[in-house]
Ligand binder design. Structure first.
Ligand SMILES: Cc1cc2nc3c(=O)[nH]c(=O)nc-3n(C[C@H](O)[C@H](O)[C@H](O)COP(=O)(O)OP(=O)(O)OC[C@H]3O[C@@H](n4cnc5c(N)ncnc54)[C@H](O)[C@@H]3O)c2cc1C
Length: 376
């Protein structure tokens, strides 16, 4: 198909969508990024993939993504494994609450189950089980390399004639002829179809054409330790402290932990994060005290009021699409999101009706998505 497509943002969302569009027969595709591919959330993320959510929309979309991850990872050589997620519950009050969450997830086909502290300890050697009241295990969850996901997709696209240019900042979008003109730091680009997949940059960009999106940035913190022999497989979350740890494919432990933060401020390194991350995880995994921290970085979650992405055609602007506001879950969703966007862009509708609930106009209409609990 000869229609010119411009994708703004070369994170997993933009790159996976470009691949899907190639498969649909589109050939004139340009992807631009103001920094470099992966430089937004995509290279900073914990790489976790799960369908154990608390809204029907997230569960259904993630079940589809989990169907697609093995296919896309085999095709592109992305390291991917289904090693599970484990929620540690250290307060009695959380055990009852999570048993309701598990019932909801099971009713939609997500096989989460409650484990005893000893069963959790068998999955995570060296876990201080005396602190754990119970745990919830999701065997369908897993992880994938975010580096392979970006770099291998980029190579795939470049070898098939997709143009990917970095150091190109999109600054303004306006209508032009039968499509759009996008003013960039390297001159104006014309396209019939524009997909804004610019993470935290999407809000400002859409404002230039008069579209308001309630996306706010929330700073997040993560560290990575030196590599260690394989110790445990699941991504482990300590629910009470809102922190998590995962051993990455090359042996490094990746730790994230929430600390109090303001929306829409530039993220800054804080000792408070290192204290919390080290404190929580050396209490639960005392042997971790022997492992050195290598690096600490910050990033953003692009948050929406209902913690679900803004995805699909922009009402009133034929040919303009958006995929942003992933609220901390955009990596795991990318294969399903790319599939849905390619359906929209080629004139159809996504196979999963749940995608239709994520359209940008839901905010103006007050049709926010409901979760049975605010979770993860
Ligand atoms: C610490 C941390 C941990 C996370 N853990 C997970 C996890 O375990 N699982 C999960 O699914 N998700 C996780 N996430 C979230 C995940 O990283 C993001 O949701 C995902 O990467 C979004 O991908 P994207 O392609 O939509 O956006 P991004 O990767 O942010 O890409 C957007 C791109 O757009 C570019 N851009 C912005 N503005 C412009 C402009 N004006 N012009 C041109 N280019 C522009 C940026 O440079 C960027 O490269 C985590 C995020 C963080 C910060």
């Amino acid at each position: 198909m000869a229609r010119r497509i411009l994708i703004i943002g070369a994170g997993v969302t933009g790159l996976f969508t470009a691949k899907q569009l190639l498969e649909k027969g589109f050939s004139d595709i340009l992807v631009v990024d103001k920094n470099y591919p992966g430089s937004g959330g995509s290279f900073r993320c914990a790489t976790g993939i799960r369908a154990s959510f608390t809204s029907r929309e997230h569960v259904k979309i993630m079940l589809r993504a989990i169907e697609l991850w093995p296919k896309v990872s085999a095709e592109l050589g992305i390291k991917y494994s289904r090693d599970g997620y484990l929620w540690l519950l250290t307060r009695e009050s959380d055990v009852e609450y999570f048993s309701e969450v598990v019932k909801f997830q099971n009713s939609l086909g997500v096989p989460t189950r409650v484990l005893t502290p000893e069963e959790a300890g068998a999955l995570v050697p060296g876990l201080n089980v005396s602190l754990v009241k119970a745990a919830v295990y999701d065997p369908l969850a897993g992880k994938a390399s975010c580096f392979d996901s970006v770099v291998n997709t980029l190579r795939h696209l470049l070898s098939r004639g997709v143009r990917v240019e970095w150091g190109v900042e999109a600054r303004r979008i306006r209508r032009s002829g039968s499509g759009f003109a996008v003013e960039t730091s390297r001159g104006e680009l014309e396209a019939e179809i524009v997909l804004v997949a610019a993470g935290w940059g999407s809000r400002r960009l859409l404002e230039t054409i008069g579209v308001e999106l309630p996306i706010r940035n929330l700073p997040k913190h993560a560290l990575v330790t030196e590599a260690f022999k394989p110790v445990f497989k699941p991504l482990v979350i300590d629910w009470a402290t809102s922190s998590y740890i995962v051993q990455l494919f090359n042996g490094n432990f990746y730790i994230g932990a929430d600390i109090p933060e303001e929306y829409d401020v530039k993220p800054a390194h804080k000792l408070e994060f290192l204290r919390k991350a080290a404190g929580v995880w050396t209490r639960l995994l005392p042997w971790l005290g022997e492992v050195n921290v290598l690096r600490y970085w910050t990033g953003y979650y692009d948050m929406t009021p209902d913690h679900h992405p803004v995805l699909g055609p922009v009402e009133g602007f034929e040919g303009l699409y958006v995929a942003a506001g992933f609220s901390g879950h955009g990596f795991m969703m990318a294969p399903a999101v790319a599939e849905a966007l390619a359906e929209y862009i080629s004139g159809g509708k996504p196979g999963l009706p749940e995608f239709e609930r994520l359209r940008p106009e839901r905010f103006a209409r007050g049709e926010l998505i409901k979760e049975i609990a605010v979770f993860g």
